[in-house]
Design a protein around this ligand. Structure first.
Ligand SMILES: [Zn+2]
Length: 165
C-alpha cells in the first residue's frame, strides 16, 4: 500500500509500512523546522518525493472549493491531496480539512496517531518479590512489601474508542 505523508506524519517519528511518498512542499516545511538526523535518513532512504500533475491538482482544488475547505488549505495541503489522488495512495494526516477534501475525492486516509487512539496501552506492575502483577501502581507490593516494576504493557482493545472505521 502507498501512503502519502504530511509534515506531522513525518515529524511523528512513527514507522509507516509500505511505499511512502510526500511532496516537495513538505520537505520545505521540514527544513524550516529543522530535521533530525534520524528523519533525514528516513527521508533519504524511505520516502519518495513527487508532485502530482496538473489534472490531479485541479481536481484537488475543485474538491476543496466544493467542500468549503479551500481557504483552510495551504498549497502544501492541496499538493498532498493531489498526490494521494494521482498515486491512489492513502493520505496520512490529522488535518480535518485535508481529510474532508480527501473524502470528497474518495481518497482513503489514516490519522497520524491512529494507533494511539485505537489501542490503549494499559501498563501493569510486577512485584520484584512475589511476582504478583498489579493493574495499578503501589509504592510497595501490598502482598509482600517488595518494590514493583513496570511490566510489559498489555493492550486493552476497544476501551474508550468509540471510533468505528
Ligand atoms: Zn510482592
Amino acid at each position: 500500500m502507498r501512503r502519502v505523508l504530511d509534515t506531522s506524519a513525518l515529524l511523528s517519528g512513527r514507522q509507516f509500512p509500505g511505499e511512502l511518498l510526500t511532496v516537495p512542499e513538505v520537505l520545505g516545511e521540514l527544513s524550516r523546522q529543522g530535521v533530525t538526523p534520524q528523519l533525514e535518513a528516513i527521508l533519504e532512504t524511505q520516502v519518495r518525493v513527487a508532485s502530482a500533475g496538473r489534472p490531479a491538482r485541479a481536481r484537488a482544488l475543485a474538491a476543496a472549493e466544493s467542500t468549503g475547505d479551500a481557504h483552510r488549505l495551504s498549497p502544501t495541503d492541496l499538493a498532498l491531496v493531489a498526490l494521494a489522488l494521482e498515486e491512489e495512495a492513502v493520505l496520512v494526516t490529522d488535518d480535518y480539512s485535508i481529510q474532508n477534501v480527501g473524502k470528497a475525492l474518495g481518497i482513503p486516509f489514516e490519522p497520524v496517531m491512529e494507533r494511539g487512539i485505537r489501542e490503549q496501552w494499559r501498563w501493569s506492575y510486577r512485584c520484584s518479590g512475589c511476582g504478583k502483577v498489579w493493574p495499578e501502581w503501589h509504592d510497595d507490593c501490598p502482598t509482600c512489601g517488595a518494590v514493583l516494576r513496570t511490566a510489559r504493557p498489555g493492550i486493552s482493545q476497544g476501551r474508550g474508542s468509540g471510533r468505528g472505521r
